[in-house]
Design a binder for this molecule. Structure first.
Ligand code: IMP
Length: 180
């Protein structure tokens, strides 16, 4: 069975994602030249985006991963769970949080709130996708890949019940795939 048969439409192609990652990588390389930032990949959804993005950053940087959970199926649980993380790594560092998608923004708000209590030098967010119409809190991410409509999307790291992360593009699921 090929997972692509469950996709109703492709919202953002592999080529468009690659081009945008290149642009974001260039932008980050210029902004963080000489600052040796710590790029934080929010697991698991951001792992594919972060993997591609950092190959387009050409200045010294470090990578860390933070495991969080906020969604259950297609719904935000309204509660952000953060798994073990050594915050000492961020001491006096410039931090870039990489997020797959901002929906309500509640997940990021919670993560940012915690990070701001640590002694970091600066904090910015780089998100692949933003569902602007759904934003319930003001996050003001400095780096955004694409603004998208209010549709549940999968692929390029984004899942539906842990599936479809391995699609190379961002797409919308067919109704029957959601209900099966
Ligand atoms: P927020 O807290 O509502 O902004 O939700 C953020 C998290 O929910 C993201 O990191 C994703 O893991 C998940 N999420 C939100 N919208 C989608 C979607 O359309 N597809 C897959 N996951 C989503």
């Amino acid at each position: 069975m090929n997972i692509e048969q469950d996709i109703k439409k492709i919202l953002i192609t592999e080529e468009e994602i690659d081009k945008r990652c290149r642009e974001l990588g260039k932008h980050l390389s210029e902004d963080y030249d000489g600052l040796n930032p710590v790029v934080i990949c929010l697991l698991k959804g951001s792992v594919v985006f972060t993997g591609k993005l950092i190959t387009y950053i050409n200045v010294p940087m470090e990578l860390e991963c933070l495991r969080i959970k906020s969604y259950d199926g297609m719904h935000s649980t309204g509660h952000v769970q953060i798994f073990d993380f050594d915050y000492n790594i961020l001491n006096k560092r410039h931090v870039i949080i990489v997020e797959d998608i901002i929906d309500t923004g509640l997940t990021l708000k919670e993560v940012i709130k915690i990070f701001k209590t640590k002694s970091i030098k600066s904090l910015e967010v780089c998100a692949l996708l933003n569902k602007k119409a759904m934003n319930r809190v003001d996050i003001n991410p400095k780096y955004i890949g694409f603004e998208i409509p209010n549709e549940f999307v999968v692929g390029f790291g984004l899942d539906y019940n842990q599936q479809y992360r391995n699609l190379p593009y961002v797409g919308v699921l067919k109704e029957e795939a959601i209900n099966k």
